[in-house]
Design a binder for this molecule. Structure first.
Ligand SMILES: NC(=[NH2+])NCCC[C@H](N)C(=O)O
Length: 459
């Protein structure tokens, strides 16, 4: 609720600064808002500080239109009022800052009135929020790989991405939530090879498709470790798939449909939604060929003696393979195509990719390549990374299944006391009590008595 006071202080500072050099002229309250901060509570009075612009300091402060030289004038002209009891320069702070001591009673009254009037939307009137320009935002999160179980890394991406999506919508941005499935690549050649070799059919997948497909994948990876032949066959199958071979694609589609069904069950359980399901399979050879042509025209690719086409990444001349020697495409090529496609379609102002740390270099390359291709919007791409869950490898079969984790978490919350579930339960009970007691908030209540540190903290 600090925003009421902050905007109030801003307006007054601008009034006071009017007419002398740095402040005043055309400065809008919104420009000053972020420089006003609430102090950690040390005294019973709520205090705010104003930080001055400093050329040498961080960018944010550099943008501050008010400089230290304005301080004495502001203090002199700032007359105490209903909201602010006193204003002074605190020289104990390094560098010194203006301190505003606030009238607690007035703030408590304002806060309680606003919350009572608009209990579900009061926070939206924050001046800080209204100064944010509305944007078109894409959040890509979760993005599990089909035919494999949804694992903890995907769970983190799902939770963080969903949260970012909610936050962006809440402040009024247009948000498109995309789940970009890992549904293409050599692993589907491997899987299809194993599926055929064991003469399997749709029937074998009926009872537990993900588990069956996953076991098959772990099995064939083991086989591939000792047999070059398996690799060759899998590559061959995947190359055929890229060329549109219907027989292979029919089974791939079956794996994909069954996987999505199972993921959706998990998303329902987590109360997570997506606007669109995309996938790597949307960006096959024809997209990649265009990108490769474009990169070649701009002299961004180098042909290696082994037949690969690579992008020379940086000064240290590390390379990123854009096309394999057998002509098939790669994860990065598909991501380049997907980003270009999304910009065409959504004209985003910001696109967030929520993916674990292990893909740091991948996203760095993605941004660099897009920039080298002349797409300046690559600056709008934000890679939101998070710590990787160590010791898991889908290829080796070392994963913790998400459904097992959720089941265990459910049991634990039911058993133990001090948990989120318990908190929700207590909240429900309190709401019920409030509903049943037949009393409502008394607008004439004497708010002076709300002086406990806990009450002030809450406000
Ligand atoms: N656009 C992207 N590359 N998103 C992340 C995809 C994550 C990938 N499917 C994985 O599980 O590792």
């Amino acid at each position: 609720m600090a925003f009421i006071i902050r905007s109030f202080i801003c307006n007054k500072i601008i009034q006071c600064a009017n007419g002398f050099p740095i402040g005043g002229k055309g400065t809008r309250p919104a420009e000053l808002l972020s420089f006003i901060k609430i102090c950690p509570r040390r005294s019973p009075t709520i205090e705010y500080i104003f930080e001055f612009g400093d050329k040498k300091k961080n960018k944010c402060i550099q943008k501050n239109p008010l400089h230290m030289s304005s301080a004495p004038k502001i203090i002199e002209k700032f007359l105490p009022d209903d909201y602010v009891k006193s204003v002074f320069l605190d020289n104990n702070l390094k560098p010194p800052k203006i301190k505003f001591k606030v009238n607690n009673e007035k703030v408590v009254e304002e806060v309680i009135n606003i919350v009572c009037e608009r209990p579900n939307s009061f926070w939206k009137s924050s001046a800080l929020l209204s100064s944010i320009p509305r944007q078109n935002i894409i959040v890509e999160y979760s993005s599990p790989n089909i035919a494999k179980p949804f694992h903890m890394g995907h769970l983190r991406s799902t939770i963080i991405g969903n949260f970012i999506g909610n936050l962006c919508s809440a402040v009024g941005h247009d948000v498109t939530r995309i789940n970009y499935l890992g549904d293409w690549g050599k692993q589907f050649g491997l899987l299809k090879y194993a599926f055929d070799k064991r003469s399997m059919s749709e029937k074998d997948l009926e009872s537990n498709p993900i588990k069956t497909l996953y076991e098959l994948y772990v099995d064939v990876c083991r086989e591939a470790e000792v047999s070059q032949d398996v690799h060759l066959k899998a590559n061959e199958i995947f190359t055929l798939m890229e060329k549109g071979d219907e027989n292979h694609l029919k089974d791939w589609k079956l794996f994909r449909d069954l996987s999505i069904k199972s993921f959706e069950k998990t998303f329902r359980r987590l109360n997570v939604n997506f606007d669109e399901y995309h996938g790597e399979s949307m960006y096959k050879l024809e997209h990649s060929s265009l990108i490769i042509k474009n990169m070649e025209e701009k002299c961004l690719l180098k042909d290696l003696p082994d037949g690969r086409k690579v992008f020379i990444f940086n000064e240290k001349s590390s390379v990123v393979t854009i096309m394999k020697s057998d002509g098939s495409t790669l994860y990065i090529t598909r991501d380049i195509a997907a980003a270009i496609d999304r910009f065409k379609k959504y004209k985003f102002d910001k696109m967030y990719y929520i993916v674990d740390n292990s893909q740091h270099d991948h996203f760095l390359s993605l941004k660099r390549i897009l920039k080298a291709l002349g797409y300046n919007w690559s600056d709008y791409i934000e890679y939101v990374n998070f710590g990787r869950i160590l010791g898991m490898s889908t290829r080796k079969g070392q994963v913790v299944f998400l459904d097992d984790v959720l089941n265990e978490a459910k049991e634990l919350t039911l058993e133990t006391g001090d948990t989120g579930a318990r908190l929700q339960y207590s909240h429900c009970r309190l709401v019920r009590l409030e509903e049943n007691c037949g009393m409502s908030y008394n607008h004439n209540a004497n708010l002076k008595s709300l002086l406990e540190p806990e009450a002030i903290d809450l406000i």
